[in-house]
Design a protein around this ligand. Structure first.
Ligand code: PGA
Length: 258
């Protein structure tokens, strides 16, 4: 089976000014220096306003941290007041773009077709989308979790080729676990990530599915990351709250030593 490089990504959401963001990354890289994190990709996804500052810091200090964005529009440019295009992100050396986060889906009305358009645009600009899927508590209690996630997955990835899927990361984030302190049981999270992989195998073959990286997200902390990362189908974490604290995030990124 293809070895999958673990990917730990911090989603800072609407936190940190550009100056605070630089401080967080400086502190993070300082802490990471003493730890062995060569085995994994470390990504920070600050607000748009902080991207340029962090890009400069990564370049000038030669950091092994990669830059991510939390969202983007799907058009190259145009009359879309308030939006940021994938071309603008690519020009800032952004490597990953989160698309379809549940907060975008719930609070800003994004549907799977929108998420699909964004994922395609990200790929077209040589970046990698982190495509988020996940059920609500209501849907889980109704026994619909897998069907919901499968629908989101099919819609969000519609029309992507096997070659494009090589550059896609999926983040399974049950909505009820985000920012609540309530993590999915590692075995439940693994079951869903396994179901995601099986769906991709059905559509694109086992080789593509085996190479696909799937993150778990939802209240990942230093105290639960090792168990989660130990699961067969979990290849990384999309971390909100704990990624704002350089100490917590650096510890979390070296989960194999905890
Ligand atoms: P959390 O957020 O780690 O604060 O639960 C995760 C996310 O929304 O990506």
């Amino acid at each position: 089976m293809a070895a999958r490089t673990p990917i730990l990504a911090g989603n800072w959401k609407m936190h940190k000014t550009h100056l605070e963001a630089i401080q967080v990354v400086q502190q993070l890289s300082y802490r990471l220096e003493d730890r062995d994190y060569e085995h994994a990709e470390i990504v920070v996804c600050p607000p748009f306003t902080a991207l340029r500052g962090i890009q400069t810091l990564i370049q000038s200090d030669g950091l092994r941290i990669q830059l991510g964005a939390q969202d983007c529009h799907w058009e190259e440019q145009g009359a879309f007041t308030g939006e940021v295009s994938p071309a603008m992100l690519a020009a800032l050396d952004v490597a990953y773009v989160v698309v379809g986060h549940s907060e975008r889906r719930e609070l800003f009305g994004e549907d799977d077709a929108t998420v699909n358009a964004k994922a395609r645009a990200v790929l077209a600009h040589g970046m990698r989308p982190i495509v988020c899927v996940g059920e609500t508590l209501e849907q889980r209690d109704a026994g619909e979790a897998e069907a919901v996630v499968r629908r989101q997955l099919d819609g969000s990835l519609a029309g992507l080729t096997a070659a494009q899927l090589d550059d896609v990361v999926i983040a399974y984030e049950p909505v009820w676990a985000i920012g609540t302190g309530r993590t999915a049981l590692p075995s439940d999270a693994d079951e869903m990530c396994g179901a995601i992989r099986a769906r991709i195998a059905e559509q694109h073959g086992q080789g593509v599915a085996d190479a696909l990286r799937i993150q778990y997200g939802g209240s990942v902390k230093p105290g639960n990351v090792t168990d989660l990362m130990g699961q067969e189908h979990i290849d990384g974490a999309l971390v909100g709250g704990a990624s704002l604290d350089p100490e917590d995030f650096s510890v979390l990124c070296t989960y194999h030593r905890l």
